[in-house]
Structures are given as C-alpha cells and as structure tokens.
Design a protein around this ligand. Structure first.
Ligand code: FES
Ligand code: FES
Length: 159
C-alpha cells in the first residue's frame, strides 16, 4: 500500500513520518514511535486503556486512524511526567493507592488530566463520568476517584 505523509506534535516534539493510510493511531504510537505506555486492551473502544489526549480531548487511539490526528497535538503518558518529575496526578495515584497492576493507569491518568485541564474543580460525579470509559479490573475505582478528587480546586501544573 502507498504510504502517506503524517506529521503531528507528539509530547511536544514534531514528528514527521511516512505511514500506511490505514494505520491506527495506537499502532503509530506503539510500533513506530515505541511509546508503549499507551496500552491496547480491547481494540474496540470499550476499555479506555489506549486513551491519549488530542488537542485537549481524550480519545481512544485504537478507534481512529493516525491520519485523523494529522497536524494535531497529541499527548501520551510518556509526555505527562517523568521519573524525575511526576505529574501531580501521578503522585496522587501513588499516594492514594490508585494503581495495582497498572494496565489501566496511563489511560486513567490521561482521562483525568483532560478533565482537570478543562474543569479544575469537578464534582465527584463529574470525575466518575470523565473516567467512565476507562475500565479497571483491580482497584474498584474509589481510590482512583479519591486521587483525582484530591487535586480538585488546586492548580495542577501540567503540559
Ligand atoms: S484498547 Fe482502545 S478502548 Fe480498549
Ligand atoms: S490497576 Fe489493574 S486494571 Fe486498573
């Protein structure tokens, strides 16, 4: 298949590549750019493990072609914090015991970030709604909600 040009800003870096037209965004991230923090759980929009933020909106990267994100700003978990400087949400997830196996965690964090970036003071119900597309088999959700709620009304320094 002919390749097409793809460019976007991913985690603050300009990326220019030739890719197959039908490449999914998740495959671009994981297989071409080795950003393997984006997880594939279901591959059909049910679990949210593949959530990334595109131009401020949480998106299931398994459901769209990479070309649909062309020339946009994409944030993956690798761009959210670093080992040296965790994002406040990452610190809160650790502090509140909101991580067990960790498979859902990148998607959860990005869904939470997209929420707090738009609405720094969400209600508990709004938090639950924001992460309702993200499945977690381990934590029972309440610690995740507690962690996100601990940051409401605070200025969260985020990219
Ligand atoms: S892998 Fe994309 S929603 Fe499950
Ligand atoms: S911590 Fe295991 S799926 Fe959420």
């Amino acid at each position: 298949m002919d390749k097409v040009r793809f460019s976007a800003e991913i985690n603050g870096e300009q990326v220019d590549l030739l890719i197959p037209q039908n490449l999914r965004l998740i495959d671009l991230l994981r297989d071409y750019l080795h950003l393997t923090g984006t997880k594939e759980g279901c591959g059909e929009g049910e679990c949210g493990a593949c959530t990334v933020i595109i131009d401020g909106e949480p998106v299931n990267s398994c459901l769209i072609f990479a070309l649909q994100a062309r020339d946009k700003k994409i944030l993956t978990i690798e761009g959210m914090g670093s080992l040296e400087q965790l994002h406040p949400l990452q610190t809160a997830f650790l502090d509140y015991g909101a991580v067990q196996c960790g498979f859902c965690t990148p998607g959860m964090l990005l869904a939470a970030k997209a929420l707090l970036d738009k609405n720094p003071n969400p209600s508990r119900e709004e938090i639950k709604t924001a992460i309702s597309g993200n499945l977690c088999r381990c934590t029972g959700y309440s610690k995740i909600v507690d962690a996100i709620e601990s940051l409401t009304g605070k200025e969260v320094n985020s990219k």
